[in-house]
Design a protein around this ligand. Sequence first.
Ligand code: ZN
Length: 465
Amino acid sequence: MPDVLVKNADYVVTVDRDRRIIRDGAIAISGNKIVAVGKTQEVAPRYPNADVIDARGKLALPGLFDTHIHNAQQLGRGLADEAISGPERLFKRLWVVESHMDAGDALCAARLCQLELIRAGTTCFADPGNYFAAETAQAVGESGMRGMIARTVFDMGQTNMGSLPKNFFEPTDTALGRADDMVAEMNGRFDGRLKAWFSMRVPVACSDDLLRKLGALAAMRGVGIIGHACENRDETTASHLKYGMGDIARLEKLGLLGPNMLLLHMGWVDPKELMLVQKRDVKVSLSPGATFHHAMGNINHGKTPEMLELGVTVSLGSDSAMSGNFLDAIRQTFLLVGGFHEARLDPKIIRPEVAVEMITINGARSMLWDDELGSLEVGKKADISILNTQRPEWQPIYNPIANLVYCAHGGCADTVIVDGKILMRDGKVLTLNETDLYEEAKDRAASLVKRAGLEQAAASIWPLQ
Ligand SMILES: [Zn+2]
């Protein structure tokens, strides 16, 4: 692989220990690693034979993390809008779509999902689980992205929120055995671009026995557990009704809370539970887009400022095409910061710099990957996003971080590098065939919506002629 040299960048946002922002910056890559970061005039002469990416008029930053992404829900976009309640969304829309998919749908969905992520400047995602780990992994192999996958395990067909689809639950040990086989087979594939973890999709649909054994398996394999927790009012109430406590207290009782756990949403965590999250160094991924869209109460009831004050590692996720609906880490930063400014009547409560940490270094920490990823530093893996600032929404630039959070969006991504390989260059995705994918997605979606019986769910109230 030839050396790659990014040079003349107006700004290189390093997110290193000193949080340096380098004007007229350069980044040199050899193989899959960063070998130099500095001023163009110092770095460029040392790499005369490199493949040059001229980043004049652009801003380079660490490859973006989106730590809550459901690959399998991509073809369901628009089928959960205006769902009445949290349980209806889950049991009548999201899981209905997933349970009617075949392997071909899942592969198409994962390719499309990763295409959207790359186009938004995202280099690494965390997927909380589906039943199509092989197809999700195949798409990672093809797209060139970095990601973490997991296999869903449910051992309860009936919860006090609703019934699971028939093909969605298995006997406890069967589910665990299959998840463990998947981790053994997939973890570390594609030169380490793929991680495989265990999934705890929704705690109220998992028995105590399953959760305890899941914790033991994760410890044995040396991997993490990703799962939803304290997601909305109904789910929190359901946990209290069935188990006499909320998700976090239950996970503590079962011995699962630890630094290898990444919990999603967490909008309804109570103060006592929050202290446990801090004590056990549990990582948190928030999805402001999903709560804005689906009224989950994660901003109004959320405790992000308190989490930050306690030093909890907080990252951001777009959730899915059926939840947040758009997959764009940069837009998530605006929604989170703006959401808390509004809810707490305090425009300083979360600074834009903190939000940028959430989609870079904290994303890496959430996935136990910060030794290799999350900042632009010599020795780290070469995962880089380059944004085009020659656009009206970026002008003028006094503070590039403020513009990034308050004015920009993923569509500004121009060039994306993962593991030293260029996945998108000057706005052209090099690893996936976009036109073919859009055609295939259209055909598959038309069939899927019929099989799932959700034609009415997506119908416009305006006449479509
Ligand atoms: Zn989710």
